[in-house]
Design a protein. Structure first.
Length: 192
């Protein structure tokens, strides 16, 4: 039985609901202790999708990792036997991990569809190596420039280039609108 992925026989993806801020600890614990608990044949992969986010506070640009699905960790495991019943050892191991609230779906969780996991992997891939702004802007929006030669001027967004992380903004200099190209983190919304 050939599949598009090299998933072990009987392996399915499930979503785990975790306490807020505990996602990383849950992932590390499962990865670290599945071998000690002799569950390598039942638990295969743990996913915590993240992206790099940048923002400016107090004139300093900072970047941090943001979870794409806060409060959730995805786990590829063999949870059900051939008889369709839950396999107790991996079930209780995962449920007892500190920070895990439970499987999404309760006592009889449904596996995620392959298309759902492909979508999650695509989001991870799209976020990989890219910095995204914490704030998303729209064309026509009024912004204040907070960094660079045009600092403290206001302008209107004419174009957004998400691939390069740049904005084209028209700023008023001596009564004339001048187009300038700035990075996302060099501006802020007028309401901030």
């Amino acid at each position: 039985m050939a599949t598009s992925t090299s998933a072990p026989a009987g392996a399915q993806w499930f979503a785990l609901h975790t306490l807020s801020g505990q996602e990383g600890k849950v992932k590390l614990y499962i990865e670290k202790f599945k071998k000690a608990e002799e569950l390598d044949d039942s638990i295969f992969e743990v996913l915590l999708p993240t992206e790099i986010v940048s923002e400016v506070k107090g004139g300093k640009k900072t970047t941090k990792t943001r979870k794409l699905y806060p409060g959730y960790v995805f786990i590829q495991m063999r949870l059900y036997g051939e008889d369709g019943k839950v396999i107790n050892r991996p079930w209780y191991f995962v449920k007892e991990v500190a920070g895990v609230i439970g499987f999404v779906g309760g006592e009889r969780p449904a596996a995620l569809r392959e298309s759902e996991i492909e979508e999650i992997r695509a989001r991870i891939e799209a976020a990989s190596g890219k910095e995204v702004p914490k704030v998303q802007y729209e064309v026509g929006e009024e912004v204040k420039v907070t960094d660079g030669a045009f600092s403290n001027l206001t302008g209107r967004i004419d174009e957004i280039d998400p691939e390069r992380g740049k904005l084209k903004i028209s700023v008023s200099i001596f009564g004339r609108f001048t187009p300038v190209e700035l990075e996302y983190w060099q501006v802020q919304r007028m309401t901030e």
